[in-house]
Write a protein that binds this ligand. Structure first.
Ligand SMILES: CC(C)(COP(=O)(O)OP(=O)(O)OC[C@H]1O[C@@H](n2cnc3c(N)ncnc32)[C@H](O)[C@@H]1OP(=O)(O)O)[C@@H](O)C(=O)NCCC(=O)NCCS
Length: 175
């Protein structure tokens, strides 16, 4: 993926590029500054251990970050499963700092990720998302992911209640 500058709905410009080894500190600082609202339907803790796992994405060329004025404000990544019976099968995640929600960044990052995944010849990308995570569910559906199933009450929310999770997926190539 070539580094590219994109304009958000509010006029701000961010650079989209692949995740680099040097991004670790910035990534840690972004995830540790996510608000309770932004993390409402996520899977804490967001700590160095998680960021170290995400940094493994520098090797695959399937992790994209968004940079605004030298500050890392978003990450979206696809991870391929390593086993032989899961060749071409992957899962995805996306986190955007709350200062950049609702201005089209998630859409642009996911679109770019899907292009990268197609170019790598991936067959399927799947994910699980809490049913109430409206922005995420809408974003995935808009870009072609389908709801394939429901995991009943598989998520324990910050509200102290259990919530359904949707299993969503997109097939990138024909069988
Ligand atoms: C989910 C997330 C990636 C979306 O990114 P974003 O940059 O805000 O998304 P965009 O601005 O590109 O698009 C959001 C869309 O959802 C819509 N939307 C926002 N809130 C919504 C809601 N509660 N219900 C339905 N749609 C909603 C917006 O109107 C917009 O639609 P449009 O593109 O048709 O105009 C971002 O909110 C985020 O990082 N959240 C925290 C982490 C997270 O939940 N990740 C997903 C875990 S599976």
């Amino acid at each position: 993926m070539r580094k590219q500058s994109v304009k958000l709905k509010d006029g701000r410009e961010v650079v989209l590029r692949l995740l680099l080894l040097d991004d670790k500190e910035q990534l840690l600082s972004m995830v540790t500054s996510l608000s309770a609202d932004a993390l409402m339907w996520s899977s804490p803790p967001y700590d160095e251990e998680k960021v170290n796992r995400w940094m493994s994405g520098t090797k695959s060329g399937l992790s994209i970050v968004a940079i605004f004025n030298s500050r890392l404000v978003g990450i979206a990544a696809v991870y391929q499963f390593p086993r032989p019976r899961q060749i071409g099968i992957a899962e995805m995640m996306i986190y955007i700092h709350q200062d950049f929600h609702g201005v089209g960044l998630g859409t642009m990052m996911t679109e770019n990720l899907l292009v990268l995944a197609r170019n790598k010849g991936l067959h399927r990308i799947g994910l699980e998302v809490v049913e109430e995570n409206g922005a995420a569910v809408w974003l995935y559906k808009k870009l072609g992911f389908e709801v394939e199933g429901i995991l009943k009450e598989a998520y324990y929310g910050a509200d102290g209640k259990y919530h359904n999770m949707l299993v969503m997926g997109i097939l990138l190539s024909k069988n």
